[in-house]
Write a protein that binds this ligand. Structure first.
Ligand code: C2E
Ligand code: CA
Ligand code: CA
Length: 689
């Protein structure tokens, strides 16, 4: 292999040779030396990109040059060899001498430390030892595996490669290989777990759960192989097999005269990238002559959220073809009411892990469960509670209005033939199935009942919000709601509230000031943008902010802002979806100016949908004309009509008529803002359903 010019010429910044030249020379040195004399050290800086963000590129380049010079010195002293692998990655062939290596580590740490906040930017050394005949590639591989082991652990920054580190990788490969053989040899089967109507305990459906019955008879649970299959991309082999086997069983049941019970199958996020899911299922039901409504496709919430565009598109096509789509493990991920509104789906599966949290004494789990159930209800979605084990849990869930259940309390997963004996007994079956999209409209009066619409749910509509004050060069957090506090999730929150710009990478700070200035210049629409903040421990998180200007106070300026953590939603489409979701409400500030009330619309989803201009909408609110749009029956149903748009905290749902006679189903939430610092007395959120 010819080495490129860039490998021979030394790197300008570091004064070191490139990786390829380094590896070639190392081969020459170690082939003539005994085991244990040399070792290869992979040197890497934690969060180097962050270092560049924080101190600037130039300073980053200085640091690299300093390290390069120190390694050249080491080279000369020991007869070893140093190389530069690009970015913040260095390599060094050196004698395996602990004291020397420690000294080198300390020197490099000192280069970082003299620039200030060293903690998060500490170097990491991974060491591969020359041990028997080894090539330079082997050595580098070992060094890198060791470095990966050292990363993320502040106490163990120097790590020597040991065999168990790759044993884990080998174990996974062995499992994959065994699994693929097992799949060929008929060792993969599925168990069936019935889903029941809570009130009667009768079976309305069943879920197929993969099992691996090894040749020696041991049964491997999916938790031991599904994650490994997903990690390496082989989950689709399992899933396609299970889906087809399920269809074959469904065909057999109907031809034998059994009742046709709808079956849930699991679809992994990976599958969406490897198979055209709707197309695949369409072919299966054609092949086996099945009604598509017999298949319920379970997709986890995280798959929806992480691959929003592709999953939602597939779900939409599946439903058009007549399949049912369920969201699995709801409540474990990121979805909020905002995001759920127009996701394609027929029912939600809720894991009762939240209930188990509750029984430990804490009530947090119960609260999460309540608000999640309320969220599903307001979307008219049936809920299946999973993992229900006790009668007490059944009672609680019934009280919450949950109708369907899957759990050990009713049936455990069982082999297919056992299930077939059960469905032979028609008395245990409930052929009405899930009442999908049942008429579960919530009435206005119920909406005003706090048992139906919990506080957590209201917070879900608003999301994390806070009020900021800008004085001189500092941005302080003046007020914030519970969700905001949870989002920040720092034990030091109350110290961090002052001068929050300090929590941002240096070059990002002007962006915050720019966004606030923009909001001030544009009182009507405010401003919006992505900002990066540094979290405790050095991680960078990305937040999507929306700011509105509220007015002057004590020589400072006040702003109101909503925020979402969008770090995890890396897919651009997911972000776009999230951002557009932000503007689907109308948000109105109610301000008291002198003796009058002024309405300022700050988000424009609703009136745009109604065909009103911002001015028209504001005027109608101010004159009371908007109340006249409410459908008469709904006005009567409301407890108090004169307070609807006043400053009280309330939530109401009713229909309104547009100028063209179209009806809108609407909810309005009012939050009193009890703060003397601003003339805003309430915030109204209008939402069309
Ligand atoms: P899942 O889809 O959420 O399935 C429900 C899991 O909860 C099953 O575990 C079931 O046995 C268990 N479960 C049901 N009732 C109770 C209960 O009352 N208490 C408790 N503690 N657990 C209960 P299982 O069968 O071990 O499957 C675990 C996970 O493996 C599944 O979670 C699913 O994510 C995955 N999985 C199973 N089969 C397949 C498959 O064919 N394809 C894919 N992609 N994943 C699968
Ligand atoms: Ca499932
Ligand atoms: Ca589940």
């Amino acid at each position: 292999m010819t080495s490129g010019l860039s490998d021979i010429v030394t790197d300008e910044r570091t004064g070191l040779i490139g990786e390829r030249a380094f590896l070639a020379k190392v081969n020459g040195i170690v082939s003539e030396s005994p085991s244990g004399q040399w070792c290869l050290i992979a040197i890497d800086l934690d969060h180097f990109r962050l270092f560049n963000d924080w101190y600037g590129r130039e300073e980053g380049d200085f640091l690299l040059a300093e390290i390069g010079a120190r390694l050249v010195e080491e080279e000369a002293l020991t007869g070893g060899l140093a190389g530069y692998r690009g970015q913040d990655d260095f390599c060094l062939l050196a004698p395996f001498d602990k004291a020397r290596i420690d000294a080198l580590f300390d020197d490099i740490s000192a280069f970082v430390a003299k620039r200030g906040t060293a903690g998060g930017f500490m170097p990491v050394f991974g060491i591969g030892l020359v041990d028997g005949p080894s090539t330079s590639m082997d050595l580098l591989d070992r060094a890198l595996v060791a470095a990966r082991n050292a990363k993320g652990d502040f106490r163990k920054r120097i790590c020597v490669f040991r065999q168990p580190m790759i044993d884990q990788i080998e174990r996974e490969y062995r499992l994959l290989s065994d699994f693929l053989h097992g799949l060929e040899n008929g060792e993969i089967i599925f168990y069936l777990q019935p889903q029941c109507r809570m009130s009667t305990g009768k079976i309305i459906g069943v879920e197929a759960l993969a099992r691996w019955r090894r040749a020696d008879g041991t049964m491997v649970p999916p938790d031991e192989f599904v994650p490994v299959l997903e990690k390496h991309g082989f989950i689709t082999n399992l899933d396609c097999f299970i889906w087809e086997d399920v269809c074959a069983h469904l065909q057999a049941w109907t031809s034998l005269g059994h009742a046709a019970i709808p079956v849930s199958v699991n679809v992994s996020q990976v599958d969406f990238f490897l198979v055209d899911i709707p197309d695949h299922f369409q072919q299966l039901v054609e092949k086996y002559g099945l009604d598509p409504s017999l298949l319920k496709i379970e997709i986890t919430e995280s798959a929806y959220m992480e691959s929003m565009a592709i999953v939602n598109d597939a779900a939409s096509r599946l439903r058009k073809l007549g399949f049912l789509v369920f969201m699995d493990d709801f409540g474990s991920g990121y979805s909020s009411l905002n995001m759920l509104r127009d996701i394609e789906l027929d029912a939600i599966k809720l894991d009762a892990q939240f209930l188990r949290m509750g029984s430990d004494g804490g009530h947090k789990g119960i609260h999460i469960l309540e608000s999640v159930i309320n969220m599903a209800k307001s979307l008219n979605l049936p809920i299946i509670c999973e993992g229900v084990e006790t009668e007490e849990q059944v009672r609680f869930l019934k009280g919450q209005g949950c109708r369907y259940v899957q759990g050990y309390r009713f049936y455990r997963p069982m082999p297919a033939d056992e299930f077939e004996r059960i469905i032979d007994d028609g008395a245990l079956l409930d052929m009405r199935g899930l009442v999908v999209k049942a008429n579960e409209q919530i009435r206005t009066r119920e909406l005003l009942d706090e048992n139906v619409y919990s506080d957590s749910m209201l917070n879900n509509i608003l999301g994390p919000v806070a009020m900021y004050s800008w004085r001189g060069g500092d941005i302080d957090i003046v007020r914030f709601n519970e969700q905001f506090y949870e989002l920040i999730d720092s034990p030091a929150f109350h110290d961090l509230r002052r001068g929050i710009q300090r929590l941002m990478p240096r070059d990002e700070r002007p962006k915050l000031f720019h966004l606030l200035s923009q909001a001030e210049d544009n009182e009507l629409n405010g401003s919006a943008g992505m900002l990066r903040f540094l979290r405790y421990g050095g991680a960078v998180r990305r937040y999507f902010f929306r700011f509105y200007y509220l007015g002057k106070r004590d020589g400072g300026r006040l702003f109101y802002g909503s925020v979402r953590d969008v770090t995890e939603l890396t897919a651009l489409q997911a972000q776009m979806k999230l951002i557009s979701r932000f503007s689907s409400d109308s948000m109105v500030f109610v301000r008291k100016l002198g003796s009058g009330i002024v309405y300022t619309v700050v988000a424009h989803g609703l009136e745009r949908a109604m065909g009103l201009s911002v001015e028209e909408f504001q005027n109608e609110l101010a004159s009371g004309a908007f109340i006249n749009r409410i459908v008469e029956d709904d006005v009567r149903a409301m407890l108090s009509d004169q307070d609807v748009f006043s400053v009280k905290e309330m939530l109401a749902r009713f229909r309104i008529r547009t100028d063209s006679g179209e009806l809108f189903d609407l909810s309005v939430k009012s939050d009193a803002v009890d703060d003397e610092a601003t003339d805003v007395v309430a915030i109204l959120v209008f939402r069309a359903h």
